[in-house]
Design a protein around this ligand. Structure first.
Ligand SMILES: C[S@@+](CC[C@H](N)C(=O)[O-])C[C@H]1O[C@@H](n2cnc3c(N)ncnc32)[C@H](O)[C@@H]1O
Length: 296
């Protein structure tokens, strides 16, 4: 099992931004060593209605859909929601670049409607298509070149089909102390790996740029994006909150040990301001559910 310091050694050793292929290889190695890390961290948080972001996303797939594809399915928590909550689905397909996570997802289910593939969403196997709906949970904002991924998704979707994703929230900057924690985090990471400009494509963080990308990648002319902002919470000791977020954010593993120690201290101080006298904090992770329909 690699230590935290050994993860992403390739990216830290570069003097340039990593290529999209290098990122996929590094993320697959990371996930192989950290089973179900997203499900256990931010995936376990719930909103005021008691829903995880997986449950909310599963409920947003259009009623008429019969065939659904998840890209970046990891160890399968969203597949679990799709299979459990939506009996009308006839085929549910999961794809992930990390063979170990796909194997964990396979071991988790005994449902004849499920198909799993170890594959790159930037070049989906042709037998997966066509599908009525595509879903993705915290995966599409880490992929580059994003045009390859969106083009591959558009080709897999039937005309009129939908892509629905849990994504970084455009309202993230309005949530305190979350926004300050992310700003401090970015500054610390930049200190250690100045050539690293983030995992995915920055255009996936702007509505207009995303709309242009969807249009250029085969979703049709001026596709309308629906963007619904939500937030999940956890109430726990400040130290547990810090560790939960460090587990979720890959970039914490890019930092040198002393930088990560500074990150822990910074986040601890920011969360402690909101904590009870016993040191328990109710903290928030904002996210968005974004839907786009492929034109005919
Ligand atoms: C943050 S994790 C989310 C996992 C899962 N969706 C969840 O929320 O529990 C991102 C996932 O995307 C996968 N991934 C990243 N790039 C990929 C690519 N190009 N093709 C397929 N999967 C990819 C990773 O292996 C990882 O399992």
């Amino acid at each position: 099992m690699p230590t935290m310091e050994e993860h992403f050694a390739l990216i830290r050793g570069l003097d340039r931004a990593p290529t999209g292929d290098e990122v996929v290889a590094e993320l697959a190695a990371f996930h192989a060593a950290h089973p179900g890390v997203t499900e256990a961290s931010v995936g376990a948080m719930r909103d005021d209605a008691g829903l995880t972001s997986y449950a909310r996303l599963a409920s947003r797939v259009p009623d008429g859909a019969r065939t659904v594809l998840e890209v970046g399915c990891g160890n399968g928590p969203l597949l679990a929601e799709l299979l459990a909550r939506r009996p009308a689905f006839e085929r549910v397909t999961g794809v992930d670049a990390c063979a170990a996570e796909v194997a964990r997802a396979r071991a988790r289910f005994d449902d004849p409607r499920l198909c799993l593939h170890t594959a790159d969403m930037r070049a989906l196997p042709s037998e997966i298509a066509p599908v009525d709906a595509i879903v993705s949970h915290h995966a599409l904002y880490i992929v580059r070149p994003i045009e390859l991924a969106l083009g591959s998704l558009a080709r897999a979707l039937k005309p009129g089909g939908t892509l629905t994703m849990v994504h970084w929230s455009p309202e993230a900057t309005e949530h305190r102390p979350f926004a300050e924690m992310i700003t401090a985090f970015g500054a610390l990471t930049a200190r250690d790996v100045p050539h690293f400009r983030g995992w995915g494509d920055p255009r996936m963080f702007s509505r207009d740029a995303m709309t242009a990308l969807f249009e250029a990648c085969g979703f049709g002319a001026a596709p309308a994006l629906s963007i619904d902002c939500h937030a999940v919470h956890a109430t726990e000791p400040v130290d547990d909150a810090v560790e939960r977020l460090i587990r979720f954010f890959y970039s914490a593993h890019l930092q040198r040990p002393e930088t990560r120690a500074a990150l822990r201290e910074t986040w601890r101080a920011m969360l402690s301001r909101e904590a009870t006298a016993e040191g328990v904090v109710r903290h928030t992770f904002p996210y968005a559910v974004i839907t786009v329909t492929r034109g005919s």
